[in-house]
Design a protein around this ligand. Structure first.
Ligand code: BES
Ligand code: MG
Ligand code: ZN
Length: 468
């Protein structure tokens, strides 16, 4: 439990936040620090004496909320060995909103894999004393920070798990327990049920697997009568070998991260439920792995999707768009949603385009684009818009089916994939697709190798909180 108060008691551990200009004015109050600390961004200076330990953190000039969060995240991670589990004061000139960002960063920075509450911040004796906030504000800050950690950590935890601990049964068990805990509706279709239901595209990807399929539907219903309904679809390929169109072995281990879309959706769903946000959310996770076996679907197979469109499979490694096709049309046909967003680690093409800086995104609605970009800029989980021009559709017309699953041209696959998905939204007028292959899994403070970044959770939450 996170504890935040405003007791003004003297504590033995203090965290001072200083912007450069404020430091210039106040530095005479802190003798002997002149050469060591200037208030520049990310600077940290530690001062100890027999009475107390003081951390001075520089926040630069007029930092944005996400910058404050990043500074705090890094501080919590870098200095966990120096920090103690004792009541701690935060002394700053930040207003309430920036204080919230700082706290989120502090606690998100305690993440390690596998997650355990070993960081001093999660110990019984750790309590944050913040000046100039009311009791209600303190409670609210603790609640929001903890809800975010619970959601984002859950998503990151699943993304980080190795392939042998990330089996369909295991994640399904987790989702079922989560649904019970937060009172969500939970429905799952295994392989036979998916076939019976007509989810032929999703089932084709699963058919080579020794594991069951789990086409999962989670519903969060808010108490508010006329709440908006948000449809979310997250790519949830637990391991992507490429299937028969098998991937080369270099970097293949990174394909445990092919559920980054689902991890963002799971995170947002948990946090939204915990905060009891006044929206309805319907989340679809078409869960499977993409395996190599004698039963696996083959290049040249023609499969029938949920919306009865046929797909000629020319590359079994372009499996994400096939599972999402059924996820999108199932959601669009069976539920009335005000907005439909899918997130997926969909293409290497988007990584080659934007590297690790931003996700590629596509939408058929200009208002939705504005809202998503606003949330993405605010949370620094950036997205950049690419076109859905009809000309791209010509690239995946097939001789033997409605569509083929790749274009066979050596360019623009993230656009081709997006245009392909558009064929399955069943006329939804407010849809966006986020290709997050480059940003979901990457360099992070808490691990040496690539690991879950938590990308997408705060972006979705900010969008959800502002959508009405
Ligand atoms: N899961 C991959 C995309 C991916 C690549 C995710 C890199 C994360 C990092 C996807 O299923 C895939 O294999 N896409 C192929 C499509 C190609 C065969 C048309 C790709 O991008 O190479
Ligand atoms: Mg693939
Ligand atoms: Zn994939």
């Amino acid at each position: 439990m996170i504890k935040i108060c405003n007791k003004k008691e003297s504590t033995t551990q203090k965290i001072f936040l200083f912007a450069e200009d404020d430091w210039q004015q106040e530095k005479s109050d802190y003798p002997n620090m002149n050469h060591f600390f200037n208030g520049k961004t990310k600077e940290v200076f530690i001062k100890t004496d027999s009475q107390q330990i003081q951390f001075f953190i520089g926040i630069g000039k007029e930092p944005m909320g996400y910058e404050i969060q990043a500074i705090a995240n890094r501080f919590a991670n870098d200095y966990k060995k120096n920090l103690q589990a004792v009541p701690t004061s935060i002394i700053s000139k930040l207003g309430l909103d920036l204080t919230e960002e700082f706290l989120k960063g502090l606690f998100l920075g305690t993440y390690c894999y596998p997650f355990e509450k070993s960081h001093p911040f999660w110990q019984e004796n750790f309590e944050l004393d913040i000046e100039n906030i009311s009791e209600d504000e303190a409670k609210n800050l603790a609640l929001k920070t903890e809800a975010l950690c619970n959601g984002q950590f859950a998503g990151m935890e699943w993304l980080n798990k190795p392939a042998n601990h990330k089996k369909v049964d295991q994640i399904s068990e987790f989702l079922k327990t989560t649904a019970e805990k937060y009172n969500l509706d939970y429905k799952v279709l295994n392989r036979a049920e998916s076939i019976k239901e007509g989810l032929g595209a999703f089932a084709a990807v699963n058919q080579g697997s020794s594991q069951e399929a789990a086409f999962t539907i989670l519903e969060y219903k808010s108490a508010k009568g006329n709440a908006k309904t948000i449809g979310l679809v997250g790519k949830c390929v637990l391991f992507d070998t490429g299937g028969i169109s098998i991937k080369p072995s270099a970097n293949l281990h990174y394909m445990k991260s092919d559920m980054g879309g689902a991890s963002a959706v799971i995170g947002a769903l948990i946090t939204a439920s915990e905060l009891k946000l006044p929206v309805n959310i319907i989340a679809i996770l078409p869960i499977t792995d993409n395996a190599v076996s004698e039963k696996a679907y083959l290049p040249s197979d023609v499969i029938t999707a949920y919306n009865r469109k046929t797909i000629e499979v020319l590359d079994t490694d372009a499996e994400g768009r096939i599972t999402l096709a059924d996820g999108l049309s199932y959601l669009s046909k069976n539920y009335k949603t005000d907005v439909l967003i899918d997130l997926a680690t969909l293409t290497g093409s988007s990584v080659r385009m934007f590297g690790y800086t931003c996700g590629a995104y596509f939408s058929n609605n200009d208002d939705l684009k504005k809202l998503l970009e606003k949330s993405a800029d605010k949370t620094n989980q950036r997205i950049w818009n690419l076109p859905l021009w009809d000309i791209w559709k010509d690239d995946f017309t097939s001789d033997v089916a409605d569509f083929k699953n790749i274009s066979m041209k050596p360019f623009g696959d993230c656009i081709v994939a997006a245009k392909f998905l558009e064929q399955f939204i069943e006329g939804h007028q407010n849809w966006a697709h986020l290709d997050i292959a480059g940003v979901a899994f990457g360099n992070v403070g808490y691990a040496k190798d690539k690991a879950a970044t938590g990308y997408g959770v705060q972006l979705l939450l900010d969008f959800i909180e502002n959508y009405d």
